[in-house]
Design a protein around this ligand. Structure first.
Ligand SMILES: Nc1ncnc2c1ncn2[C@@H]1O[C@H](COP(=O)(O)OP(=O)(O)OP(=O)(O)O)[C@@H](O)[C@H]1O
Ligand SMILES: Nc1ccn([C@H]2C[C@H](O)[C@@H](COP(=O)(O)O)O2)c(=O)n1
Length: 240
């Protein structure tokens, strides 16, 4: 359903202070590779429609996936979880499998080349034009790569703002057998969220795109903060 567009050319591959030095070094080297990517025309479906893109952000266990399920039921979005796409790629026979496994185990971020490709592949094969992109962009490098390769910005950004102790409690009782749902990896994911994801939220906040949701209370109580965000843009959602 989507026009083919050039995929990313190449990006160079990304515990305390050493952990962050390596993290930032990797981010910086990926930034310079991204800056060489060609800009492309805006994403447009074959039927001429432009996709409505929502980025869904928040720390680990803040309830992004849970709320996305409710948004899909109520507003008919297509839900694309970056984490799920990476986990699916990890267990397929992909050449990236062991790299994704090690990166997720360490609570770090998979290079954008891989994640953006997976997201755009799903968007291209979908008949829907309303997308929830959950857990992405996780860092400035993700954001810039998506905007360059897709030629599109999100229409809105949902930020599920949740206290750390609540996120830890939720992740530790999730029981889905995830390799990163253990206290050591959670601590790293929280640090990565603060260091790399919050700047992305700040960036979109300055553009007036962020809807901050207080992610405490029951699932239904939280959804009552989410519902008006989409109600308010119903006209744009059904744009042709
Ligand atoms: N409001 C809530 N109150 C209590 N538990 C919740 C609430 N929302 C979600 N949960 C539970 O917390 C856990 C984490 O939720 P969820 O998987 O939706 O978070 P997430 O932000 O998508 O996490 P991650 O980024 O780690 O994938 C799940 O077990 C979910 O059932
Ligand atoms: N943009 C992304 C999204 C996810 N990952 C990796 C690293 C995360 O810790 C892990 C799990 O994601 P979640 O299901 O919590 O959204 O997947 C990434 O590298 N880049």
């Amino acid at each position: 359903m989507w026009r083919r567009r050039p995929t990313a050319t190449s990006f160079s591959s990304l515990k305390s202070s050493l952990f962050f030095t390596r993290l930032h070094f990797q981010q910086a080297s990926q930034h310079s590779a991204i800056s060489r990517l060609p800009s492309v025309p805006p994403l447009q479906q074959k039927d001429g429609r432009c996709p409505f893109i929502t980025f869904v952000l928040g720390g680990p266990g803040s309830g992004k996936g849970t709320q996305c399920t409710k948004i899909v039921e109520t507003f008919g979005f297509k839900h694309l979880s970056a984490g799920d796409l990476l986990r699916r790629e990890m267990v397929s026979n992909s050449a990236y499998g062991s790299m994704i496994l090690n990166t997720i185990k360490e609570g770090r971020i998979v290079p954008s080349e891989v994640t953006v490709k997976l997201i755009l592949r799903e968007m291209e094969s979908s008949d829907n034009h309303k997308f929830l992109i959950d857990g992405f962009p996780r860092c400035e490098e993700n954001r810039i790569a998506f905007e360059k390769v897709a030629g599109a910005e999100p229409d809105i950004v949902l930020f599920f703002d949740c206290p750390e102790d609540e996120m830890v409690k939720r992740v530790l009782s999730r029981n889905q057998g995830r390799i990163d749902d253990n206290i050591d990896t959670i601590k790293k994911r929280l640090k990565v969220f603060e260091a790399l994801n919050l700047p992305v939220i700040d960036y979109y906040e300055k553009k007036g795109k962020v809807h901050r949701i207080k992610a405490v209370g029951t699932v239904d109580e939280i959804f009552e903060q989410v519902r008006p965000v989409f109600k308010a843009c119903e006209k744009t959602l059904n744009r042709s």
